[in-house]
Design a binder for this molecule. Structure first.
Ligand code: TYC
Length: 102
């Protein structure tokens, strides 16, 4: 915040006009075909999770249908979605990874 001296000598607070950049949740969706172990590897490899943390998130997605892997700026989130989707397709799995503004 800055102050600005006006011609009539009234000091007015100048509000910041810049919004913080939006953040995006990257999520995995459940399906009936992707092996549980593959999902755990994805969470470790692309989201730097421990095996224990990855197992917890995988089971949440398996039971509830969706789970958050992390929250990132737009370009980082979009890259994670692309890399995970590419990796899943390379291994012939239908795993769905999506992003949503949080
Ligand atoms: N439901 C899958 C199974 O029973 C496991 C799974 C978990 C798949 C999470 C996708 O995002 C996912 N093999």
């Amino acid at each position: 915040m800055a102050t600005r001296k006006q011609s009539d000598s009234v000091l007015e607070v100048e509000r910041s006009k810049t919004k913080p950049p939006p953040l995006f949740k990257v999520m995995l969706l459940n399906d009936d075909f992707t092996p549980m172990d593959f999902v755990i590897v994805v969470l470790q490899k692309f989201f730097s999770m421990s095996r224990e943390q990855a197992t917890r998130i995988m089971l949440k997605v398996h039971r509830e249908g969706v789970g958050v892997c992390g929250v990132f700026p737009r370009d980082v989130a979009a890259t994670k979605v692309e890399l995970v989707t590419g990796y899943a397709r390379e291994h012939q799995h239908p795993l769905a990874c999506v992003m949503e503004e949080s």
